[in-house]
Ligand binder design. Structure first.
Ligand code: ADP
Length: 505
């Protein structure tokens, strides 16, 4: 029971440590496969290593005590006999440590491949991958890749195990030779009449027992060493430090600007990318108005939100709110006052009410806020069709009802509105709406959010036209800014886009 309790407690505790650390690291880590390698190793080793460490420590202490008594007995014959016993184990010790290090090196160098095999498994066993994998008949292809990869990994690890076994046999043999030598000397003493047969039996037994015990203790030392270096993987993960650092003397203020939000000379490169996502970028977003940012895919529009939310910090330049560098603000206070709809919002396998109230957990039981949020996103119709209304379980994980992409998006929108935010950032809020719903929703949204600072990223011209200010963004930065009418008059990029859609004027 003690062992089971210990195993459960330690494993849960370490899993919590990993979760806590993972939650504290900024998005840059999640862009790199190195992070996932470190996480994979930490997770894998967190399960068994700490317990194994405690057990081998116990085993070692037990073995060492018995070994001391054997050494005392052997010293009765000759002072050097315990020494011979010790020396006879050196080859085994050498082999042990050498192979622990080799196994560790192998694990470190093969983490990415091990994860790749897991990925092939995931592609064949997950709900989200099923439609395309079935349609294109990819399952057996991925199974083949999995088998090939596992075969290669298996061969390598078995090769290692083979040479370890061989080295161990040789090391054992050298121990046997030393034991035979010691027994031979004792036998000579018997022949000389210095030692009785009874004594020979006793010392011989003690020597062989001693060797067994030393081997056992060695195994334990090996286990301890191995567990310690593999536990190093866990510590390697726990020692990762976030790069987005909190302000030293933070200013407590919400996200709403009084005059403007400004991106000033921003250059930013994603850690995993060689090119700049934004270079010498400048943009001003006025307070209390609705600004639309429109432009082609890959121009860097979503990146603006990630910088504004400090999911990343820019390489150079500053994001400012009323002239204050974002990095000087208290991050939690700032983030808590911003409502965001991300381009690919999360679908929680939870009740519909929970899906919305996760927008502000502290007020999760406020039904009035829930109703308001549902109304603001025009999500009422979804609820009227659900068997248990707001308490209906959603998502595939725990047997919930499934919604359409557009319905999930409305819920995410409700979640954003659940907090009474003073700054609202919406990334493609109307992408899953048809054009009739889009027009109606955007009108009611404008009425509701009157006076707040709203930024909408969109590729929909009809959504953009209703904004107070439209910025046209391309890879090289903002190329045009103005109201819908001003931009049409300018006859530039924006006007051409309207013409192409047959909506000139
Ligand atoms: P938009 O929202 O305008 O379509 P994004 O801001 O998403 O564009 O992306 C801007 C550029 O940054 C693109 O070239 C994209 O490939 C790159 N990018 C986006 N996210 C990442 C990332 N996590 N790692 C590396 N490059 C990225």
């Amino acid at each position: 029971w003690v062992r089971a309790a210990q195993a459960e407690l330690v494993s849960d505790h370490i899993r919590l440590l990993i979760q806590e650390k993972a939650s504290s690291l900024d998005m840059a880590f999640y862009d790199s496969p190195k992070y996932f390698d470190t996480l994979h190793r930490a997770r894998y080793d967190a399960q068994s290593r700490p317990i194994a460490l405690v057990e081998s420590l116990g085993g070692l202490m037990q073995g060492a005590l018995t070994l001391i008594s054997m050494a005392v007995i052997l010293a009765g014959y000759a002072w050097w006999l315990p020494l011979v016993l010790l020396i006879s184990t050196i080859p085994a010790l050498f082999v042990l440590f050498r192979f622990i290090l080799r196994r560790h090196k192998w694990r470190m160098s093969r983490t990415t491949q091990t994860r790749r095999a897991l990925y092939y498994e995931y592609l064949q066993t997950s709900r989200e991958t099923l439609p395309e994998v079935r349609l294109y008949g990819l399952a057996s292809h991925f199974r083949g890749l999995f088998s090939d990869l596992r075969l290669r990994l298996r061969e390598e690890i078995l090769q290692l195990a083979r040479s370890e076994a061989l080295s161990r046999i040789l090391a054992g043999l050298s121990g046997l030779i030393l034991a035979a030598g010691a027994l031979f000397l004792m036998l000579l003493d018997v022949l000389k009449g210095v030692l009785s047969f009874g004594q020979l039996a006793m010392y011989g037994q003690a020597f062989i027992q001693g060797q067994k015990l030393t081997r056992g203790s060695l195994e334990n030392v090996g286990q301890i060493y191995s567990n310690l270096i593999f536990l190093g993987n866990l510590f390697e993960f726990l020692e990762l430090e976030p790069k987005v650092l909190p302000a030293e003397d933070p200013i407590l203020r919400c996200g709403a600007p009084e005059s403007e939000i400004r991106f000033r000379d921003i250059s930013f490169r994603y850690p995993a990318s060689s090119g700049f996502a934004l270079e010498n970028f400048n943009l001003e977003i006025p307070a209390g108005r609705t600004t639309a940012i429109i432009g082609p895919n890959g121009a860097g529009k979503s990146t603006l939100f990630k910088l504004l939310l400090r999911l990343y910090d820019p390489d150079s330049g500053t994001v400012e709110i009323d002239g204050i560098d974002l990095r000087r603000l208290d991050l939690d206070t700032f983030r808590n006052s911003v409502a965001v709809l991300f381009q690919m919002p999360l679908q929680f396998s939870a009740t519909l009410a929970e899906n919305i109230s996760y927008g502000k957990l502290a007020e999760a039981d406020r039904m009035d806020l829930l109703e308001k949020a549902i109304e603001a996103a025009d999500a009422g119709e979804i609820i009227s069709r659900l068997p248990e209304g707001e308490q209906t379980m959603l998502g595939p994980w725990f047997g919930g009802t499934e919604l359409s992409v557009g319905q999930w998006q409305r819920l995410a929108l409700s979640r954003a509105f659940f907090r009474d935010a003073s700054l609202i950032l919406l990334d493609e809020p109307t992408s899953a709406m048809d054009s009739w719903s889009e027009a109606a929703w955007i009108e009611s949204f404008r009425r509701r959010q009157e006076g707040r600072t709203v930024v909408i990223i969109t590729h929909r011209l009809h959504t953009a036209r209703r904004a107070d200010l439209i910025h046209v963004m391309e890879k090289k930065g903002i190329v045009e800014s103005g109201t819908h009418e001003e931009l049409l008059e300018r006859n530039g990029r924006y006007a051409r886009a309207w013409e192409a859609h047959g909506f000139s004027g």
